[in-house]
Design a protein around this ligand. Structure first.
Ligand SMILES: Cc1cc2nc3c(=O)[nH]c(=O)nc-3n(C[C@H](O)[C@H](O)[C@H](O)COP(=O)(O)OP(=O)(O)OC[C@H]3O[C@@H](n4cnc5c(N)ncnc54)[C@H](O)[C@@H]3O)c2cc1C
Length: 390
């Protein structure tokens, strides 16, 4: 046998014999180390204590939505819920909102609130002229939300005096609060989930870009690109958790990317509010970040343009965000923009997540529709249960 035949023997020539023997075959391989991938790995560990579990992630810290979001731990503003009732019907809307509420409860059980800097400051919504129609439906949304929180007064319109203290512009005609919501630090959330995963003997291989997934008779195969070259990996079960990028590995799935853009102000002395807020049926969202304000959204200004896999900014949306800060949120304050970034969400047509098997060895879990902090834990529980039952 000549030397070339020897080197060619393992199908991953960039791996040593040791690496090949230790890492080439795993029981469960998860693609994507976002909040769903990490939560799924942890749920799998609960159900399969002896399984070898590896997560392949193409970027250093993840490069999608989990470390680029706004950190709102919310289950739905009043106008968003009413909108969903109108568009999808009560049962469907209740299912979406209830899954978010249960997901937040699970997340806070999994991650110590201090570790992820969870602040139960409540969520609120700014009502302007165009949303006034919803104000008259506060009893309806409260009756709906009682099915979720058990509280007949989940949503409350604040008094005129309380509203004045928040410092918003005169264009804001009312503020509706929901004390069951909160906010957290998305970077620490990601780091906490990674630590929990490592403590459970789950390997996380960063810098591993999965190019292709194949299902052959006895196992699934992944073709992976790394800075040292390409290699293959075999897994009894592959779970795709790549969110907005899902269609690159499984083009048949009904998910579309949606870019989200975020800005953060300079510190603002005497910031008049704390907590998380929504405007325009949730299309804009902002929160206190210490003495700064984080604002994101505006995708509805250009749905088509924002249906992209490209990170970056659009002039029209950045301008709208800055205008919203100056004219509505902080009308009497001076500040500049210290940070700006974007991330990619994944949207399904009916706003529901997808958890399913694609073939014998390949599964998928995705579709948080911009609410992954709330939904990921439930999605992870569902995919792990599906594996257990199959
Ligand atoms: C700007 C913005 C603001 C948001 N604000 C909030 C909020 O306040 N509250 C809230 O609940 N939700 C918010 N979201 C949504 C939330 O962040 C997402 O729903 C959630 O993070 C989705 O998690 P995920 O694990 O499905 O996806 P992701 O976090 O996108 O993770 C997918 C991972 O897969 C990796 N990957 C992709 N393709 C491959 C491949 N081929 N090989 C290997 N790895 C791959 C990516 O690098 C990525 O790390 C926001 C999203 C954005 C973009």
């Amino acid at each position: 046998m000549n030397i070339n035949e020897c080197i060619a023997k393992p199908d991953s020539p960039i791996r040593s014999y040791w690496e090949y023997m230790a890492f080439q075959h795993v029981d469960i391989c998860i693609v994507g180390a976002g909040i769903i991938g990490l939560s799924t790995a942890l749920e799998c560990r609960k159900r399969f204590p002896n399984a070898s579990i590896t997560i392949l992630e193409k970027a250093p810290h993840g490069h999608g939505a989990t470390t680029r979001n706004a950190g709102l731990a919310c289950f739905g503003s009043a106008t968003e819920l009413l909108h969903d009732i109108d568009v999808f019907g009560s049962d469907h809307a209740l299912n979406i909102a209830n899954e978010r509420f249960l997901g937040l409860t699970s997340l806070l059980k999994r991650c110590a609130p201090d570790a992820i800097k969870y602040e139960p400051l409540g969520g609120a919504e700014l009502i302007r002229e165009r949303e006034l129609q919803y104000l008259h439906r506060i009893d309806e949304v409260n009756a709906f939300a009682e099915n979720i929180t058990g509280d007949p007064q989940t949503y409350r319109i604040v008094s005129a005096q309380e509203q004045q203290g928040l410092g918003f512009s005169q264009a804001v005609q009312a503020v509706i609060v929901n004390t069951y919501e909160g906010q957290l630090h998305s970077g620490y959330l990601h780091a906490t989930l990674e630590s929990l995963a490592r403590a459970e003997d789950i390997r996380i291989e960063h810098g591993s870009d999965v190019l292709h997934v194949n299902d052959i008779d006895e196992h699934g195969t992944l073709l992976v690109s790394s800075q040292h070259g390409e290699y293959t990996l075999h897994a009894q079960t592959i779970i795709l958790c790549t969110n907005a990028m899902m269609s690159k590995l499984a083009p048949e799935l009904d998910i579309k990317p949606g870019r989200g853009q975020v800005i953060v102000t300079s510190p603002i002395p005497d910031l008049p509010f704390q907590g998380a807020f929504h405007i325009d049926e949730g299309f804009y969202y902002f929160r206190s970040l210490g003495d700064r304000v984080l604002l994101g959204g505006g995708r509805n200004l250009d749905f088509e343009g924002e249906e992209t896999f490209e990170f970056g900014h659009s002039g029209i949306i950045m301008e709208a965000l800055e205008t919203m800060l100056h004219e509505i949120i902080l009308p009497k304050k001076e500040f500049c923009i210290d940070y700006a970034w974007s991330g990619l969400m994944g949207f399904t047509p009916d706003k529901k997540p997808r958890v399913s098997s694609l073939s014998n060895h390949v599964y998928c879990a995705f579709g948080c529709n911009g609410m992954g902090i709330a939904l990921a834990s439930r999605i992870a529980e569902r995919i792990a249960s599906l594996l257990e039952d199959s």
